[in-house]
Design a protein. Structure first.
Length: 377
C-alpha cells in the first residue's frame, strides 16, 4: 500500500478554481459509462471507438438523503426489471433519445427536487495525444514561459488533425510503440508526425497551432527527448481510469462517495492510503447497484451524457445547428431540461462538472447551450 498525501494537490486545485467548493459535505453517487478498462492502439485501429467519452458521474445532494422512489414510480417501468438502466429510459443515438417521455419525467424530477448532477467527462483521444504537446513544450524554454491557453491551442489543433487523419496517426502510434518511444527513434517520430501537418499547415484554421508545434518539436529533435511519451508501455494509451475515481475522493475529502461495484477499480484504490495532513481519509465505498436507486439513477444520467458526448464528437457545428432546427417540441423540451439541470448544478457548485476535452468539442457544447438559450428567449 502506498501513501497518497493529498494536501498539495488540493491546495493547488483550490488556487486554480477559487470559486469551487471542495470543502462542504455532499453525498455523491456514481456510475460510469465506456469504462473500457484500457485504451490501446492496434495495427490498424484502437481497441474501442475514440468518439465515445469515458463518463463517471451521477447524482449528488447536500444534507438529508432525498427519497427518489416517487421518481421510479412515475417512470412506470415493467415490474420484472430488477435493475433500471439507461436503456429502459431511452434508446438510439442522442437526438433519438430526446424523443423519450420517460427521459422527460426523469430530468424534470431531478430539476425540481433537491438533487444535482455531477460528472467527469474524458475525451479519450484528446487525453491520448496531449502528452506529445506537453513533451514538446518541456524541451522549449520559450514555450515554457507561455500560458495554458497557448498549450491548449496546440493540443486542440493536434486533436482536430488527428481526427481528420486518424489512419495515419494510428499507423504512426503503432509503428513507433507510442507512448513508449525509445531514445534514437524520436527524430523519426517527429518527422513522420510533422509530415501529417503538411496538407493543413498553410490553412487559416491550422496555421498558428501546427506551425508553433512544428517549431517547438525541432527543439525536441535536438535533445532527442519527448519525456512524457517515453518509459511507458508499448501501445497502451490509457492503462486504467482509476485516477478519475480518485480525483473526487481527494478533492471532496469531507464528502461521501458511493460507487457502483467495480472490482478492478476498487482493487486499485485499495492500494492507496489517502492522507490529508497526517489524517487518513476514508470517505468512499462500493455497493451493488441493484440495491440502490441512486446508483441506478446515476446510470441513467451518465448514459445520457455519454450519448451527448458521442453526438458532439461526431458532428460539425453546421450539423448541430441543422439538427436543432428540426427538433420536435418534446425533443426541445428534453434538451432544455437537461441544460437547465446542468446549469442548476453548476450554479450550486462549479466543481460538480469536470471535463477533459478539446476546445473543439467544448465549444460545440457551448453552441448547444447558445442555441437553447435563443430558443428560450
Amino acid at each position: 500500500m502506498s501513501n497518497f498525501d493529498i494536501s498539495n494537490v488540493r491546495r493547488m486545485t483550490k488556487m486554480i478554481a477559487p470559486e469551487a467548493d471542495f470543502d462542504s459535505s455532499f453525498t455523491f453517487y456514481y456510475d460510469e459509462t465506456n469504462n473500457i478498462r484500457k485504451f490501446y492502439v492496434r495495427e490498424i485501429d484502437f481497441n474501442y471507438s475514440f468518439n465515445s467519452n469515458f463518463v463517471l458521474g451521477g447524482l449528488v445532494y447536500e444534507g438529508i438523503k432525498p427519497d427518489i422512489q416517487p421518481l421510479f414510480n412515475r417512470l412506470n417501468l415493467q415490474k420484472n426489471i430488477t435493475e433500471i438502466k439507461f436503456k429502459h429510459i431511452a434508446r438510439g443515438e442522442f437526438i433519438n433519445c430526446l424523443k423519450s417521455e420517460k427521459l422527460n419525467i426523469f430530468l424534470k424530477y431531478l430539476l425540481h427536487n433537491d438533487l444535482y448532477i455531477h460528472y467527469s467527462s474524458l475525451n479519450i483521444l484528446y487525453w491520448s495525444i496531449v502528452d506529445i504537446v506537453d513533451s514538446a513544450i518541456a524541451n522549449s524554454e520559450v514555450a515554457m514561459q507561455l500560458d495554458l491557453n497557448f498549450s491548449n491551442h496546440l493540443k486542440n489543433d493536434l486533436y482536430k488533425l488527428s481526427k481528420l487523419e486518424i489512419k495515419l496517426v494510428v499507423k504512426l502510434f503503432y509503428n513507433s510503440n507510442y507512448p513508449n518511444l525509445k531514445g534514437g527513434s524520436i527524430l523519426e517520430f517527429i518527422e513522420e508526425l510533422t509530415s501529417i501537418f503538411d496538407e493543413y499547415i498553410d490553412t487559416q484554421e491550422f496555421h498558428f497551432g501546427l506551425e508553433s508545434l512544428r517549431q517547438i518539436l525541432k527543439e525536441a529533435k535536438k535533445k532527442d527527448s519527448l519525456p512524457f511519451i517515453m518509459d511507458e508501455e508499448d501501445h497502451i494509451l490509457i492503462k486504467d481510469f482509476s485516477q478519475f475515481y480518485l480525483r473526487p475522493i481527494y478533492l471532496f475529502k469531507n464528502s461521501n462517495h458511493i460507487f457502483d461495484n467495480e472490482m478492478a477499480i476498487s482493487k486499485i484504490l485499495a492500494n492507496y492510503k489517502i492522507i490529508n495532513e497526517s489524517e487518513e481519509i476514508k470517505n468512499y465505498s462500493f455497493i451493488d447497484s441493484q440495491s440502490d436507486l441512486f446508483i441506478q439513477a446515476s446510470d441513467i444520467f451518465v448514459g445520457l451524457m455519454s450519448k451527448l458526448s458521442s453526438y458532439v464528437n461526431t458532428n460539425s457545428r453546421e450539423n448541430i445547428i441543422s439538427d436543432f432546427d428540426s427538433l420536435s417540441e418534446k425533443q426541445l423540451n428534453n434538451i432544455d431540461t437537461l441544460i437547465d439541470l446542468i446549469d442548476k448544478s453548476n450554479n450550486k457548485n462549479v466543481a460538480f462538472l469536470h471535463s477533459i476535452d478539446s476546445y473543439e468539442e467544448l465549444t460545440k457544447m457551448n453552441l448547444i447551450h447558445a442555441i437553447r438559450n435563443r430558443g428560450h428567449a
